[in-house]
Design a protein around this ligand. Structure first.
Ligand code: ZN
Length: 86
């Protein structure tokens, strides 16, 4: 999903509610702050209607943050606590 304000695709979910069998998510663009509501179908018996590309996107972002955090702690801890014995 692309932001209609800036064309970015980084969203923060600020509110989630379930109504009439759908999940409505209130989202805010992290780049320009524009707010949008998306509607998702949470469950269907003979078909998967969940938007996986969106899930993968947020997963990729989560992983990226985790990698940066891990790399940062490795780089920071390397000089003070280096161990070569195994
Ligand atoms: Zn935007």
């Amino acid at each position: 999903m692309k932001c209609t304000g800036c064309g970015g695709s980084v969203w923060d979910v600020i509110n989630t509610r379930q109504r009439e069998g759908y999940i409505y998510r209130r989202r805010a663009c992290l780049i320009c702050g524009k707010r949008m509501t998306t509607r998702e179908i949470p469950y269907e018996e003979d078909g998967d209607k969940i938007d996986h590309s969106e899930m993968l996107l947020s997963l990729a972002e989560e992983l990226e943050g985790l990698v940066k955090k891990t790399l940062g702690s490795i780089l920071n801890g390397e000089d003070s606590d280096e161990r070569s014995d195994l």
